[in-house]
Design a protein around this ligand. Structure first.
Ligand SMILES: Cc1ncc(COP(=O)(O)O)c(C=O)c1O
Length: 385
């Protein structure tokens, strides 16, 4: 038997996935059902729970949010030279999914308050070649969907929400992920609800459902065959294998069942940081997250925006010296090697470039205790800016 040594954690880690109770029991059940490939009983349970909870016509579990994004590019039939408007402050997968199909990313800067795509900059980036706008709900705080949807409708452009951070977040009372033609979720280890690696595709336009099912099943109509709708299955479209094993879905279902408890724990963690750091932040020119009153956030992360790159780096080192792990987030895509290849250059997205230099994310996970949080807060307050 392999001996696996648990990693030596620092005193306070940045992220720790939680076993919420029934994960191992459900994995054992998946094995008993003797169906551990894709689209087994637990996959169907997860999909149904999410569809009911979010009010989405159809949800497909995928192997990651990255793969769900790739499916959206296939579904939109992105062709070489098609333009896609993306925030410069996002994870590479938001963009790569479209670049893989020959799409050209057009980088949009972000708002200084929510760090979401600046909706007022979107319109001037639209050209006759624009095929899609990809709002990313950073930290699960909703983008300005009213304006973005208006621009999309007026120009006949599809909207794909990258909702990797925002499951159960709301914009003006409506669930994130239900605004665009398509949307994606992530169940990566760092997300509120996880199965290690995983994701989902949300299909909000019923006309896309049949093709989404085919593209996710290697371009075959195998799902129709399993439902007895055709007597054999065959290759009918392009596609790939985006189905997670039912073992992962079993793990995920246990987490989804605990969604209310998970969200409550994370809310407590977020509120603690916010209330205990507010006064210090105001005195030291540090910015805490800003949540518009009409957005309900799912408490995915807690970040601070420091006055400069040097101060941010010094604070990361100061925390690390006390055994506390904190991290920065995305580097601007417009100034990355690939971004430059697509014409991006420094200065194109000034807010993204500043935020990327100055943002620090604090330890954040379901079972982070108040005692641990008070150590983080005290260590920060002892840091001289
Ligand atoms: C905004 C955004 N989109 C997509 C992804 C990719 O998610 P996954 O790791 O599930 O592929 C991430 C990863 O954290 C992300 O932050």
């Amino acid at each position: 038997m392999a001996t696996i040594h648990p990693p030596k954690f620092p005193r306070i880690d940045f992220n720790q996935p939680e076993l919420t109770g029934k994960e191992l029991k459900y994995i054992a059940q998946a094995l008993e059902y003797a169906h551990i490939s894709g689209d087994g009983q637990f996959t169907k349970l997860c999909q149904k729970l999410l569809e009911d909870e979010l009010g989405t016509p159809r949800i497909f579990l995928t192997t990651s949010c990255t793969h769900a994004l790739e499916l959206t590019a296939l579904l939109l039939d992105i062709q070489p030279g098609d333009e896609v408007i993306v925030p410069a402050f996002t994870f590479v997968s938001t963009v790569n999914a479209f670049v893989l199909r020959g799409g050209i990313p057009v980088f949009c800067d972000i708002r200084p308050d929510t760090l979401n795509m600046d909706e007022w900059l979107v319109e001037r980036l639209v050209t006759p070649r624009t095929r899609a706008i990809i709002p990313v709900h950073y930290a699960g705080v909703g983008c300005e969907m009213d304006t973005i949807l208006n621009i999309a409708t007026q120009n006949n452009i599809s909207v794909v929400e990258d909702n990797a951070h925002g499951l159960f977040g709301k914009y003006k009372g409506t669930n994130l992920g239900t605004f665009g033609r398509l949307a994606t979720l992530s169940f990566h280890e760092t997300k509120n609800i996880t199965c290690g690696e995983g994701g989902a595709l949300l299909v909000n336009n019923p006309a896309d459902i049949e093709r989404a099912e085919i593209l996710r099943e290697k371009g075959t109509n195998r799902s129709r065959f399993f439902r007895g709708q055709v007597d054999k299955y065959t290759w009918v479209d392009i596609g790939s294998s985006y189905l997670p094993s039912d073992i992962l879905a079993a793990f995920l279902y246990a987490q989804l069942e605990q969604r209310v408890e998970i969200q409550a724990k994370r809310r407590r963690v977020w509120k603690y940081y916010n209330s205990h750091l507010l006064e210090w932040a105001n005195l030291n020119g540090v910015r805490l997250p800003q949540i518009p009153p009409y957005c309900e956030q799912p408490y995915h992360m807690f970040y601070m925006i420091m006055p400069s790159l040097e101060i941010r780096q010094a604070l990361i080192r100061h925390l690390k010296a006390q055994g506390i792990l904190s991290v920065f987030h995305y580097l601007p895509l417009n100034t990355s090697a690939m971004g430059k290849h697509f014409g991006g250059k420094p200065g194109d997205c000034p807010v993204t470039e500043r935020v990327s230099d100055c943002l620090i994310r604090l330890p954040f996970y379901n079972n982070l205790t108040e005692n641990e949080q008070s150590q983080v807060v005290e260590t920060i307050q002892n840091f001289s800016l």
